[in-house]
Design a protein around this ligand. Structure first.
Ligand code: NAD
Length: 514
């Protein structure tokens, strides 16, 4: 088998690639507004009640109407997943991995269609959509390879006359609950990690991006996934989510989303309900409040570029986004000025237009939340770039820089999840790291310095799951920078990493005497 290598990003300065993306957009435009069913045990189930998916850049444009699951249908899906588990768990790991590898090949062939769909449904500019699709391909390929590495278990010692084995077996039915911000990559990655390890899955995608998830289910079916292995049940988190989290037959939950929902799931899943004979396992990857630390001995142009890219890529709606800049006081003014200049150069508008660096934020709630934080920022600090938004046609928030904040200000502590970056001063590098560590989160962080001792200090003291030196703090690549956070950022499950699949299995020891 070809060794794993991550899917390269598309170079859109090449005309052939631009043409291919535009052809993808045409394909997507031809199916906008269609109805999509639930998929339970391979059967299409249509409900009266629908989730309507809109284009966040153009509220009038409907991406699709997706059937909405409820408790009864969630129960039906659970029964189907329990039934499918009886056979899927016995399917050889090689065959399960083949489904993923073929799915990767199908997505690769339809790459620009998927990216264009992400542009329409999630408001992703071309390069961000392309990165989301590439990451989905990476998860499929990487987890297939990892499964093959783990299929024979781990070596253990045996004494003479004894044969000891240590094998991994699947857990059971897993509930996968995914967010909208990596509507393809995280949804697909968390689903296939659960299925390639021999479990069956109930997939509840985010309600703002269900169409891309449905398209992925079709890919899995085309790749040979048997009926019932992954069941597609979009629906309200409060109804379907709670029901499945509480369900006594749910063996594990793989959640990616906000801290608030993650903690609710942690709390509910810890309770043992009638008929339940296990403790549920929980993988929960949650929010962040990520800091770029800028030292005085640093490439200040690199610092400003890295802050801007980390803060405003995909409108700051990445869990890894750099929403705080902590700058050593000697260079604070220079870095801030350059960040303001770069921010003012950014273009914002409909992401189908390649020239727009930033598109919209995901929906009206998100728009209101971000604008209210900008108001708070005006009280706490000084808005030096952006500060405005327009939700007349879509949900556009201009990239915003708020200067002179105190490290404990709300804008510096709470996850805003939009294009807003706060600046604060530190008297020296050590104080900058202390400030960087002063939130309840611990997801990503970046340090820009040419001082080797300071890098080593940060390596030990900067307490985040993903720490980056002399670059921005977004853009983890599957298999290269395994992703997951500390503290309230989650269970540090390290998606796209060598240990990830193990979280979806249990190890069984057998010992035979000869
Ligand atoms: P969210 O928490 O609002 O929703 C995530 C998912 O949970 C959705 O599918 C939603 O429908 C579902 N849900 C809502 N209520 C539920 C309930 N009671 N029970 C079960 N499920 C329920 O998050 P979001 O707005 O979709 O995503 C943004 C958040 O996700 C941000 O906080 C971001 O930092 C985080 N995120 C983290 C990572 C990571 O790897 N750490 C990656 C992406 C996003």
């Amino acid at each position: 088998m070809i060794p794993y290598k991550h899917e390269p990003f598309t170079d859109f300065s090449i005309e052939k690639n631009r043409t291919a993306y535009l052809a993808g957009l045409k394909t997507v435009e031809a199916y906008l507004g269609q109805d999509y069913p639930l998929v339970i045990g391979g059967e299409r189930v249509t409900t009266e009640d629908k989730i309507v998916s809109f284009n966040p850049a153009d509220k009038e444009e409907i991406i699709g109407r997706v059937s909405k699951s409820n408790k009864e249908l969630a129960e039906k899906a659970m029964q189907s997943a329990l039934e499918a588990f009886k056979t899927w768990k016995k399917v050889k790991p090689e065959v399960r991995a083949d489904v993923l590898l073929k799915a990767a090949a199908i997505v690769r062939r339809r790459k620009h269609e998927f990216s264009a769909l992400l542009t329409k449904e999630a408001g992703k500019p071309w390069n961000e959509a392309d990165a989301d699709t590439a990451e989905a391909i990476d998860f499929l390929t990487y987890y297939a390879h990892q499964m093959l590495k783990m299929k024979d278990g781990m070596p253990v010692e045996s004494r003479p006359g004894e044969d000891n084995r240590y094998d991994y077996i699947p857990l059971g039915v897993g509930v996968v609950i995914s967010p909208w911000n990596f509507a393809f990559a995280i949804m697909a990655g968390t689903t296939v990690a659960a299925m390639v390890t021999g479990n069956t899955v109930l997939l509840k995608p985010a309600s703002t991006t269900p169409v891309v998830a449905y398209k992925f289910i079709e890919v899995l079916e085309e790749a040979g996934m048997p009926a019932g292995v992954v069941n597609f049940i979009p629906g309200p988190g409060s109804e379907v989510g709670d029901y499945l989290v509480d369900h006594p037959k749910t063996r594990f939950i793989s959640f990616t989303g906000s801290k608030e929902v993650g903690l609710r799931i942690a709390d509910r899943s810890a309770k043992v309900n009638e008929g339940q004979v296990w403790m549920k396992r929980l993988i929960a990857e949650m929010g962040g409040k990520n800091t770029m630390v800028i030292d005085k001995e640093a490439d200040l142009e690199l610092a400003a570029q890295s802050i801007v890219k980390s803060a405003f890529g995909f409108s700051g709606q990445k869990c890894s986004a750099g929403s705080r800049a902590v700058v050593v006081e000697d260079v604070y003014d220079v870095v801030l000025e350059r960040v303001i200049e770069l921010t003012n150069e950014l273009t914002i508008g409909n992401p189908t237009d390649q020239s727009n660096y930033m598109g919209p934020v995901i929906d009206s709630n998100s728009f209101k939340k971000i604008m209210s934080y900008i108001e708070i920022g005006k009280e706490e600090g000084r808005v030096v770039a952006g500060g405005t938004g327009d939700d007349s046609k879509g949900f556009f928030v201009n990239p915003t820089v708020i200067a002179d904040l105190a490290p404990t200000d709300r804008v510096m502590q709470e996850e805003i999840f939009g294009p807003v970056v706060g600046f604060t001063k530190a008297k020296d590098f050590k104080e900058a790291i202390d400030i960087a560590n002063n939130t309840e989160y611990g997801l990503t962080g970046g340090v820009i310095t040419n001082n080797r001792e300071h890098l080593e200090y940060a390596r030990e003291e900067f307490h985040v799951g993903n720490l980056y030196f002399n670059r921005g703090c977004t853009g983890a690549i599957v298999g290269y920078q395994s992703f997951g956070g500390f503290n309230m950022s989650g269970t540090d499950s390290k998606a796209g990493g060598p240990d990830y699949l193990g979280l979806h299995m249990q190890a069984k020891t057998t010992s035979e005497m000869y």
